[in-house]
Design a binder for this molecule. Structure first.
Ligand SMILES: NC(=O)c1ccc[n+]([C@@H]2O[C@H](COP(=O)([O-])OP(=O)(O)OC[C@H]3O[C@@H](n4cnc5c(N)ncnc54)[C@H](O)[C@@H]3O)[C@@H](O)[C@H]2O)c1
Length: 229
C-alpha cells in the first residue's frame, strides 16, 4: 500500500539489472511512494540487463554510468538534477561484483589484481559517488545515502570470499563520509544488511543456496515432526 511517503523527493537508483535485483524492487517502491528518480547502471549492463523495461514502467530516465569512473559519476549527477528539477534527496548504491567469486577462486588462492577491481566496483565506487555528490553540492539537507552490505563484513562467512573485505570497506566509507555529510548537510549515510537473496550477484556466492534451502527444510522438518508449526 502506498502512502505518498516520498512525495516530492528526488533520487538516483544504482544497480537495477533485472527483476530479481534489489535495486529494481526499491525503484518500484520509491516511485509508488511518490518519488521521482533516475536509474543508472554500468554501460555493459544496459546490453545484458532489462533496465529499459523498468525505465519505461516508472517513467524514469536512464543515465549509464560506470560507478568506478569519476567522469561518468559527474555526468550522472549533473544530468539527474537537470532531469528531476533540483537537488537530490536520496541515492541508493546497490552495486556488487567480485571477479574472484565469478571465476570460482578459493579465498586462499585469490588473484589480487581481480581483488583490487572488486574493491573498486563494490566499495570504492561508494566513496567516489559520495565525493562527486559532495563536490557538486548535489544533496538536499536531511537527505539519505544508502548502500547494501552483508553480515560477512563483521563475521566469518568463508564462502563470501573477498566480498567480506569489500563490505567491511564499504561500511567504513559509510561511517567516515557519513561524518562529513552529516556535519555539513545533515545527510544520513547508512548501509543496510541484506539477507541472502537469489539475484544475479547473490546466486554467484557459494553457500547462499544452501543457506536459503536449509531454514526451509528445518521448518518443514519441524512441521512434519510436530514441532513449532
Ligand atoms: N543478493 C544477496 O544475497 C545480497 C546479500 C547482501 C548484500 N547484497 C548486495 O546488494 C547489492 C545489490 O546486489 P543484488 O543482489 O541486487 O544483485 P544484482 O546483480 O542484481 O545487482 C548488482 C548490480 O551491480 C551493478 N554493477 C556491477 N558493476 C558495476 C559498475 N562498474 N558500475 C555500476 N554498476 C555496476 C550490476 O550491473 C548490477 O546491476 C550489492 O551491493 C550486493 O553485494 C546482496
Amino acid at each position: 500500500m502506498a502512502n505518498n511517503l516520498l512525495q516530492g523527493k528526488r533520487g538516483v537508483v544504482f544497480g537495477a539489472l533485472d527483476e530479481k535485483s534489489i535495486a529494481w524492487k526499491v525503484a518500484e517502491r520509491v516511485v509508488e511512494e511518490g518519488a521521482k528518480i533516475t536509474l543508472t547502471n554500468a554501460p555493459v549492463a544496459m546490453r545484458f540487463g532489462e533496465i529499459n523495461k523498468l525505465g519505461e514502467k516508472l517513467h524514469a530516465e536512464i543515465i549509464p554510468a560506470d560507478a568506478t569512473s569519476m567522469d561518468d559519476l559527474a555526468n550522472l549527477f549533473t544530468k539527474s538534477q537537470e532531469a528531476l528539477g533540483g537537488k537530490l534527496d536520496f541515492v541508493l548504491h546497490s552495486i556488487g561484483m567480485s571477479l574472484n567469486v565469478r571465476k570460482g577462486k578459493e579465498y586462499t588462492d585469490l588473484n589480487h589484481e581481480w581483488m583490487l577491481k572488486t574493491f573498486d566496483i563494490s566499495s570504492i565506487s561508494f566513496h567516489k559517488m559520495m565525493q562527486v555528490l559532495w563536490k557538486q553540492e548535489a544533496m538536499n539537507d536531511w537527505g539519505s545515502i544508502l548502500a547494501l552490505t552483508y553480515i560477512a563484513a563483521q563475521r566469518v562467512f568463508p564462502d563470501y570470499n573477498e566480498m567480506a573485505e569489500s563490505k567491511a570497506l564499504l561500511e567504513s566509507f559509510a561511517r567516515s563520509f557519513g561524518y562529513h555529510f552529516g556535519t555539513r548537510n545533515k545527510v544520513r549515510v547508512n548501509t543496510i544488511s541484506q539477507s541472502p537473496t537469489m539475484t544475479t550477484a547473490g546466486s554467484g556466492v557459494k553457500g547462499f543456496t544452501e543457506f536459503l534451502i536449509m531454514p526451509i527444510n528445518v521448518a518443514i522438518g519441524q512441521c512434519f515432526s510436530g514441532g513449532l508449526c
